[in-house]
Structures are given as C-alpha cells and as structure tokens.
Design a protein. Structure first.
Lengths: 202, 202
DNA sequence: CGCAACAATAAAACGCTGTTTAATTAAAGT
DNA sequence: ACTTTAATTAAACAGCGTTTTATTGTTGCG
C-alpha cells in the first residue's frame, strides 16, 4: 500500500505521538511497545520506524514534548513575578507536581537512553540547559555578589536535591509516615539551604 | 538432560549472579539478556528461569547483592567512629563513589521495576530501610532535641538530595564546567543544610 | 492529460527476546 | 534395585524492533 488518503506523514506523527502519550498516562514505558502503539494508532509497525527512525527516537520525541510541557508548567508559576526565594519554592513545587501528575512520562525523560550509535540531538540537551539557566538567574538575584562558580554550584545542588526528592516520591521510596509529604521535604531543603547559602561570606 | 554432575543448583545461582554482575560492570542492563547470560555461564535459558523464577527476579537478586555491597561500603566509612557531621559527609561521599564505580549496577537498583503480578519481597525494602535508619541515628546525635518528625524529614531531605546529585553525576547531566564536581555539590548540600537545620529552634 | 519518478505505507521475513512445555536423566529415598 | 523427585536441556511459542520487499497514492514534468 502507499500513502493513504486519510493521513499525511505529519498527521501520522501527530497521531502516533498523541497515542503514545495517552498510553503513558496509564502504563509505564516498559509495558508499551512500538507495535501496540502502531495498532492503536491505525498504522503498520514499519511506518512508525520509517517516520521516526526508530522506537528509541520516537520515545525521544515524546520526551521533547514532555520537556516542553514541563517548562511551560514551571514558567507559569512565574507569571505574577514573585520575589526570587518565593519563585524558587514555587518552581520546585511545580516540578514535583508535574512529576506526580505524569509519572510515566516524567520517568521516561530520565530512564530513556539511546544506543551508542544514536547521538543525542542538540535540541534535547538545550531544553535541559534552559531549566538550569532559569534557576541560575533567580539565585543571582538572591545573592548579587556571588561568583559564577558559586552560582553554578548552588543551582546544581538545589536542582539535584529537588530532583532526588521527586524521584523518591514518584517511586514511592520515601519510607516515611504519611504525614511527611514531598512538598514538605522540598520546602525544608530550599529554606535551610538558602538560609545558610545567602548568609555565607561573599 | 537432568542435574549435571559438574554443578549443583546453588552453584548455578552463584555462577549466574557472578556472570551477570561481571557483565554489568561493562554494559547497561538494556544491553544484557537472559539468554546471553545463560550462554556465557554455560547453562540453558530455561534453567535460569527455573532457578530464579524469571529474568526480573534474577535482576532483583543482583540488586540485593549490590545493596549489600553498598551497605558494606558505607559502613566501612564509620569504622573509625567519626563525629556525626563528619560521618554524614563521609557516607554521602562513599555513596557517590560507589555509584560512579558501579554505574550500571547502581542504576539497576532504581530503574528496575517488577510487573504488577510480582510483589517486591520484604527483604528488599528492608535493605533500603536500614540505610535510612543509619542516617536517622546520626542526625539524632547531631540534634538531640529534635522530634521524630523533624528527624524523618531531615533524613529524607539529605538522602534525597545526595541521591539526586548522584543521579546527575552518573548520567552526566550536571551541565557544569569541569571544575565543579559531584563531591563539591554534596559537601555544599550537607554543609549548608545542616548549618541551618541544627541552628533552628527546638 | 499521461506517464515517469518518488515517497509513504503495508506486509512479510528476520533474528532476537523471555517464557512455557516436553522430554531426558541424574540424584535421593525406600 | 526401583520408584520418585527434581534439575536440566531442547524445542516450541508469542512477542518484540527492525529490515526488506512490494504496492500504490501523490507529485512533477512533457
């Protein structure tokens, strides 16, 4: 068969990506296969490979969409221009919130690894860089005298810390009594870390 | 064929687990298959399934071994009885060190998920609990007046934070200039967090 | 308009996977 | 010694991602 009259190539991509995302709202990626996505989207398996390059690259496109949604979700918290410390809290909480709402898609961002022959496209790393830059700017406002190295360090400590706590929440590995919630942990991290960091010399 | 004269059932398990761990020192799980492990260990694929239950459970046993090694590695840092704050630093650095030395096995601990029909054995969660308890004890010594809830919170903030930074290091997602190392981030996290936490009231 | 070139898609083949089943045989129990 | 049990293999199975082959709709050109 050849090009179908009811679908253009980019319609295929849109439908397939939407179908994959929809399935990821209910199932982890380990329980989803290219063939199953193809069946539900109404295409053959080979068509998806032809269009995306491979199942791996298809998943990478899903990750790109998720990262864009995540960035939008985080930026939304900055709309009413909160002061820097408050902004950091809100961004972190939004990060946790997004991860808990879209667990499987969020996990996919970090679990997904390309083969050695498949280079990571530049636009992917760029998306992650952008998140860092946002945080670095906020921390800079919070402590104008800080050196570049101090800013980079603090940014990565906070981002790493928030990320780690979020991982534990998503995987339900907190092993704490139920009145201890991820949001409390994030608040504690940011409050205490910033308290000491902004006070230290320089 | 029946039981082989050159191998008892537990010899099979030992050889297979050792072979799997050995391969994980060089390759990520995604590039290792039950059949390949079986080939290299000199058994049939079915024999491994019969002995371990499934490929998933085999990997779970690998994780158990890794967790034991990790616990031993961490406890080793406490042998000369350092003061609590120093102990926390050393444990965290040992955690990072272990993860970087055995990347694929360490990743497997957190990436591995059992199917819905395969319950997590109790001994597995117990192993993780033990790590928490260790940290909680140290924090308790550091701030004797702290409530249980405060201790649980701080423990999980620190563990989550160290874990998150370690993840970024292992996956090379730090996006920082090369003179910023994971160990520096961990020091910064613990120093600043503890500084403020121990000083806060109660 | 007709026809060649192209590109999108399907269908089938391939080699791999983890698991299941059947058959075989060594060890253990009596 | 004979039965039973259990470990192991080999083969069969269904599913996977990918590759190849074949078909056919679309596009562009004379």
């Amino acid at each position: 068969m050849a090009r179908r009259s009811d679908s253009s190539p980019q319609e295929l991509q849109e439908r397939v990506l939407a179908q994959t995302c929809a399935m990821l709202e209910e199932l982890p990626v380990s329980q989803i296969s290219l063939r199953e996505v193809a069946r539900r989207a109404g295409y053959s398996a080979g068509a998806l490979v032809h269009s995306f390059g491979s199942w791996n690259y298809l998943l990478l496109r899903v990750n790109a969409e998720t990262l864009d949604e995540l960035a939008a979700h985080l930026n939304q918290t900055l709309e009413n221009k909160p002061e820097p410390a408050r902004a950091l809290h809100q961004i972190a909480q939004a990060y946790l919130d997004f991860a808990l709402t879209h667990r499987n898609r969020w996990r996919l961002i970090f679990e997904h690894k390309l083969g050695p022959q498949e280079p990571l496209p530049e636009w992917h790393n760029q998306r992650i860089q952008n998140l860092f830059t946002l945080l670095e700017r906020l921390l800079g406002e919070l402590k104008p005298g800080a050196t570049d190295k101090q800013l980079q360090t603090a940014t990565r400590v906070l981002w790493g810390g928030v990320h780690g706590i979020t991982v534990l929440c998503v995987d339900e590995k907190l092993f704490a009594e139920p009145d201890i919630q991820g949001s409390d942990l994030i608040d504690s991290l940011i409050n205490n870390y910033l308290q000491s960091w902004t006070a230290s010399q320089a």
